[in-house]
Design a protein around this ligand. Structure first.
Ligand SMILES: [Zn+2]
Length: 397
């Protein structure tokens, strides 16, 4: 942007597709290489993997100029809309209507007093089942309110953008078309939930990973049941939890006190991610988190934190995209450091920089990613997210 500064909004997304732009020899391979170079310096683009099994569509043809109609799209932060119970499988002309997140950590804490492990886990699933039913009902009730809105309240969206909206008259309600949208059932803190249930999170033990997959698979299956029951498109969301991450934790800490590995930080871990403080390589992280992407059809994201200056090494970006390709992940993004002197434009990747080495100015913009969007200053972050930022470890490639 102006004077070469980084554009922080909107998020640019690169759609990676074999046969188009991923392998050497693909017609747009050169653009892919350039995209990696841009990410290494500017954080964006993020990468959307059109080759993931669940991101494919039978109707997609490489030589069809309208193939984009059959490609998945995601909102920058992660929200994903693609499957459609009520029409064409597309991301165009549709959107997510609402989502509600379940505090699975709290459900697990409530079961901690049960000594027998099998009984404890069984009780957790019983509670999860009941809570998901409430979330689905609440989303349905909200839908019933949303559908009473009139087309004229959304002059652009409900006259030409949304699927079917062209047939609506200004005073019609949007009821006949709104079910093209999706309802998300989200969750945060799978890591803390597993700690509470069996003492280890999914980065630490295979048993925890299996239980984690069982929990999110259960949520996915329930969402399919709700879709039948209420006749909507429910799906599981890996909630980013910008605010929730702190508020759930504060509430639980107040009620249950400090439980090591569960409520002893200011935040709960983002969705099904391994905790930001957990030391592992990027590949280990990819292997653990990948299988959740297929289950989280309302949105998911894979983050890798890299250390130092990536600008001289765009291959690290390509190697993260390779992991997404190899492990069937849907969407991913790379975090690193980027400082910019607001007075002279000097840039570097030094995490500790507080003063411009070129002109001495202390007016430094430090680019950082909160849960998807970039911010140049951490002044307005909430305490929980600041605490998470401080805990973030880097992942070696
Ligand atoms: Zn300067």
């Amino acid at each position: 942007m102006g004077n070469g500064s980084t554009a922080i909004f909107p998020i640019q997304i690169w759609k990676k597709k074999r046969g188009v732009n991923y392998l050497p020899g693909d017609r747009n391979y050169d653009l892919y290489q350039m995209a990696c170079k841009v990410t290494a310096k500017r954080f964006f683009p993020n990468y959307l993997n059109l080759d993931a099994t669940y991101n494919q569509c039978d109707k997609w043809k490489a030589d069809d100029p309208k193939r984009y109609e059959y490609e998945v799209a995601t909102m920058g932060c992660r929200t994903r809309v693609f499957e459609n119970r009520f029409g064409k499988k597309t991301s165009i002309g549709r959107g997510n209507l609402s989502f509600t997140s379940v505090n699975i950590v709290r459900l697990a804490i409530e079961c901690m007093s049960i000594e027998n492990k099998e009984e404890r886990i069984a009780k957790f699933f019983e509670k999860l089942d009941a809570t998901l039913a409430i979330a689905a009902k609440q989303l349905h009730e909200r839908f019933n309110f949303q559908k009473t809105a009139l087309a004229k309240q959304f002059p652009l969206l409900m006259s030409r953008l949304w699927i079917g909206s062209e047939k609506l008259k200004p005073n019609d309600t949007i009821e006949s078309v709104i079910n093209q949208g999706t309802l998300g059932v989200g969750f945060i803190g799978l890591a803390e939930c597993l700690k509470a249930l069996i003492g280890k999170h999914h980065g630490e033990s295979e048993e925890a990973q299996q239980l984690g997959l069982k929990i999110v698979t259960f949520m996915r299956d329930k969402c399919n049941d709700f879709s039948e029951q209420y006749s909507h498109g429910y799906a599981v969301l890996a909630t980013p939890a910008e605010g929730l991450s702190g508020s759930f934790t504060r509430r639980d800490k107040k009620e249950f006190g400090i439980i090591p590995g569960v409520t002893d930080r200011e935040y709960y871990t983002n969705s099904s991610h391994v905790p930001v403080y957990f030391k592992c390589t990027a590949i280990e992280k990819a292997k653990i988190e990948a299988p959740y992407h297929d289950l989280e059809r309302a949105g998911h994201i894979f983050y890798v934190e890299i250390d130092g200056d990536a600008t001289h090494n765009p291959d690290v970006v390509a190697s993260v995209v390779d992991m997404m390709d190899k492990y069937n992940m849907g969407y991913g993004s790379i975090n690193h450091n980027r400082n910019r002197c607001m007075d002279c434009g000097y840039e570097n990747a030094d995490k500790e920089m507080t003063k411009c080495p070129k002109c001495g100015s202390e007016n430094i913009d430090k680019l950082q990613r909160i849960t998807g969007y970039l911010v140049g200053t951490t002044d307005r972050w909430n305490r929980a997210k600041l605490s998470e930022l401080n805990d973030r470890t880097t992942h070696s490639l």
